[in-house]
Design a protein around this ligand. Structure first.
Ligand SMILES: [Zn+2]
Length: 272
């Protein structure tokens, strides 16, 4: 069975049954960005506990199903209107940056493209640049996506310390994928049952843009989402007659190549 990586999934919101079904479908590794809990956390200690869960407990839960677990840390754009809290969280992140399963800063980005969101985004970029961390970017939904993606790409470009190939722009769609690839970044296509991208549209984009610097993910979370979305993409690609090596590149080798730029990442496909 082909193995795959889900480079963006919020496993703290998923059940152990999901881990089992993912393991049966060939999932070898997940990477879990920090995100919004569905409600605003009341203070910095809530984030400290969340980061402990991401860097410790969730990895143990994942490993018991034979799936390696890596993570990213930040305060989500949805909570960035509270600048004071955002600054407290950003100041706390370095406590966790030497955890062996932390891949970098993410998913940071914009939600409604506001001034406060931009301020907090830039302060995350500053931390990532100073500590030489990889960056995972959340781009906004639907109507705000194009403008928000442009704003994000401009802010990244404005910091010359950040190498484009150390940044992944996630949730790209047909009208934003070209912008991100042209800027030298990696991209993630999110396969969602309703919004974002379907497995068919993702396969179309691979056919148009090729297999370099492209990944697919489920972004499974506490909302309507499918933790087996990556296998759905594999199924669609096979149905269209794509080679196993092209499919493996997108769903396995590409995320590994991106993650290997993190100095702490030492997972190898043969180790478990
Ligand atoms: Zn997410």
């Amino acid at each position: 069975m082909a193995r795959y990586i889900d480079p963006h999934i919020h496993m703290v919101s998923r059940t152990t049954d999901d881990y089992k079904r993912m393991a049966l479908a060939g999932c070898a590794l997940v990477s879990e960005p920090a995100f919004w809990a569905g409600f605003d956390r009341s203070g910095v200690e809530g984030f400290r506990d969340y980061f402990r869960q991401l860097t410790d407990f969730e990895g143990k839960r994942s490993r018991s199903y034979g799936i390696a677990h890596y993570t990213w840390l930040c305060i989500n754009a949805k909570e960035a209107e509270n600048i004071e809290l955002s600054r407290e969280v950003i100041a706390m992140i370095p406590e966790f940056l030497e955890s062996s399963t932390v891949l970098g800063i993410g998913e940071i980005g914009l939600n409604k493209n506001t001034k406060n969101e931009s301020t907090v985004f830039l302060e995350h970029l500053e931390l990532a640049a100073k500590t030489d961390e990889l960056i995972l970017i959340h781009t906004p939904h639907l109507a705000d996506k194009y403008q928000g993606s442009r704003m994000i790409l401009d802010m990244i470009k404005g910091d010359r310390r950040i190498s484009p190939h150390r940044v992944c722009i996630d949730h790209v769609e047909e009208h934003t994928i070209g912008l991100a690839l042209d800027a030298g970044h990696w991209v993630g296509m999110t396969l969602y049952p309703i919004t974002k991208c379907t497995p068919q549209r993702a396969a179309d984009m691979v056919e148009k843009y090729g297999t370099d610097r492209i990944m697919v993910n489920s972004a499974g979370d506490w909302g309507h989402s499918d933790p087996l979305a990556v296998p759905e993409f594999i199924f669609e690609m096979k149905k269209r007659g794509h080679s196993d090596s092209d499919i493996q590149k997108v769903v396995f080798e590409n995320p590994l190549t991106f993650f290997r730029q993190c100095r702490r990442f030492d997972w190898s496909p043969n180790q478990d």
